[in-house]
Design a binder for this molecule. Sequence first.
Ligand SMILES: C[S@@+](CC[C@H](N)C(=O)[O-])C[C@H]1O[C@@H](n2cnc3c(N)ncnc32)[C@H](O)[C@@H]1O
Length: 263
Amino acid sequence: MRKPGQVFLVGAGPGDPELLTLKAARILGEAQAVVYDRLVSEEVLALTPPLARLIPVGKAPKSHPVPQERINEILVELALDGLTVVRLKGGDPMIFGRGSEEAAALSAAGVPFEIVPGITAAQGAAAATGVPLTHRGLASGIRYITGHCREDRPLDLDWAGLADPQTTLVVYMGAGAIAEIAARLLGEGLPASHPVMAVASATTPQELRLVSSLGRIAEDAAAASLRGPVLFVIGEVVSLYRSCPDTVLALLATSPSRDAVYA
Ligand SMILES: C[S@@+](CC[C@H](N)C(=O)[O-])C[C@H]1O[C@@H](n2cnc3c(N)ncnc32)[C@H](O)[C@@H]1O
């Protein structure tokens, strides 16, 4: 029996191809097959060798052209053919990326694999906008939460625990549920003035930012019709977008090309 190849579960970062790690770039350059998601940029895919097989399994919101179980099978099949396979995902494979499910499937099939981290969208958005995720006196912790549940079930989150003014909330996949999320957090006592920022297509030339508040974010986000993947940052740290005394942050915050709407 042929010796199985190896699968690398690789994070491609949030969008800017330069945010790919050196390790990810090296492994991509050695790939014989690349199974990739919708959010992976053309520039990153261009790092693959010309003869590598490129297999898109992209998932758009609410549509799963290739079911997760089939993706798992594809990875196992390619590896059992002896190939060096890269499973390339947006951001980090282990943060809302189902990387752990793929790792479990590979492990069950006896396929060797390695996980290569990527910069997650929250970190990309924070760096691009100058809004930190923690800041002394404003946020002592962060919670990454999903705004989308399996099979479109209702959001079942720890709303009381999330409504902590000292915690920055970062909502992934929340574009369709931001009205509900805001309402639930208001219901748990966060004030309507609590700052919120939406960032669409962070770290790409299409990046758009919307600075708003918990009381207005649903209306403002709908009016701004943000395109591309959207991340919401909810917390006092967003107030630094406009008021941080640091020159670099202040410059970023007033960059006219990227600001969408101000509340
Ligand atoms: C399925 S999750 C994948 C997250 C990815 N594994 C990561 O670590 O960033 C997709 C969600 O990530 C967020 N996202 C990914 N890339 C983004 C970007 N460039 N700008 C804003 N949000 C992004 C959006 O909330 C999007 O709905």
